[in-house]
Design a protein. Structure first.
Length: 119
């Protein structure tokens, strides 16, 4: 794989997570949680109902989220992550660790430059 094709593939992968609320939804569903639509609404109070529906539909179409419809009165709809969606957890954990390892603001770039020149 060339650097260019690798960059293209990473960009394509990141497009699955585009959208202000997708990561928030993911983190609410990680760990095998199954939540009703109303529970997701309560868990993410800043999101509008319309936006939550749109994000869930996109995530379902992308194969990240599974929508479970229980045919009863009143209707009951639940959401959970697919196996592929759950597999994002370690990747996002690694991203969090990478971000936490970032230099603290105000430190000089000399240490980072010497580390780069040593490799």
């Amino acid at each position: 794989m060339t650097p260019s094709s690798a960059a293209d593939r990473v960009e394509q992968a990141l497009k699955f997570l585009e959208g202000r609320w997708k990561l928030v939804i993911l983190f609410r569903l990680f760990g095998g949680k199954v939540l009703r639509f109303s529970e997701l609404e309560k868990a993410i109070p800043a999101i509008s109902q319309k936006m939550l529906i749109q994000q869930l539909r996109q995530m379902e179409a992308d194969g990240i989220v599974r929508r479970i419809v229980h045919h009863q009165v009143p209707p009951k709809v639940e959401y959970c992550l697919t196996d592929w969606g759950q597999a994002l957890c370690p990747a996002l954990d690694a991203l969090l660790q990478w971000a936490a390892a970032r230099e603290r603001p105000g430190e000089t770039d000399a240490g980072a430059q010497s580390a780069r020149s040593a490799s």
